[in-house]
Design a protein around this ligand. Structure first.
Ligand code: PGA
Length: 231
């Protein structure tokens, strides 16, 4: 099974920190497909730094249209031209702060594939849904409306309550949710939410886990290196 290690830098990084981080990441050898997703303004610089390495470039969002009057948006063909191979869509922070609907996320995923990018489509339940036993039903509902019918894409299961909190589901819960999602799509399924050097090997070895989507720990060269090497 191909494993993926994806670093989502979110709204972090400067020209100097990016250079140092990317050099360290590129020096880690691993059988995994390693992807770094910096903010838009650092894409070109990171693309140059990654040239000739096995590490791939990704973006954190794309527009649902290829071009047009969409002030502030960045389209998938623009990301492709900037050197991206991947783009995250439907991250819970986009759903929360930018009110992105499942329908919009599906359109973004389709636009990404149309441009030759691989979308990484994020889904996951919140704490209340987990507590009330609705986690699987909620994720199935999200997938029903945000997942394209066909094409090459990755899914990332990210419980909202696990993101940036230091909390993770139990191994059994991750296995159960990944099996549930695998019943709905043959696409690779990554886990995301408080993945660090210390828990990466255990999570990556769970059945049905094709990789990890890493936020905070992807900004630390040592932590991210440990995650990459644990594959
Ligand atoms: P975290 O974020 O690793 O900091 O929990 C994961 C994500 O939001 O993709």
């Amino acid at each position: 099974m191909q494993k993926y290690v994806v670093g989502n830098w979110k709204m972090h990084g400067s020209r100097s920190s990016a250079q140092a981080l990317v050099s360290a990441v590129a020096a880690c050898s691993s059988p995994a497909e390693v992807v770094v997703c910096p903010p838009f303004t650092l894409l070109s610089q990171v693309a140059s730094a990654l040239a000739g390495t096995a590490v791939k470039l990704g973006a954190q969002d794309c527009a649902h249209e290829a071009q047009g009057a969409y002030t502030g948006d960045i389209s998938a063909p623009m990301l492709k031209e900037a050197g991206c191979a991947y783009v995250i869509v439907g991250h819970s922070e986009r759903r929360q702060h930018h009110f992105e609907s499942n329908d919009k996320i599906r359109k973004k995923a389709l636009a990404a594939m149309e441009a030759g990018l691989t979308p990484i489509i994020c889904v996951g339940e919140n704490a209340e849904e987990r507590k009330s036993g609705q986690a699987e039903a909620n994720v199935a509902q999200q997938l029903k409306h945000c997942m394209p019918d066909s094409g090459h894409f990755l899914l990332a299961y990210e419980p909202v309550w696990a993101i940036g909190s230091g909390q993770t589901p139990t191994g059994d819960d991750i296995v159960r949710m990944h099996a549930h999602i695998a019943g709905l799509t043959p696409s690779p399924i990554l886990y995301g939410g408080s993945v660090k050097g210390a828990n990466a090997a255990a999570i990556l070895s769970l059945p049905g886990v094709s990789g990890v989507l890493v936020g905070g720990a992807s900004l630390d060269a040592g932590e991210f290196g440990t995650i990459i090497k644990s594959v």
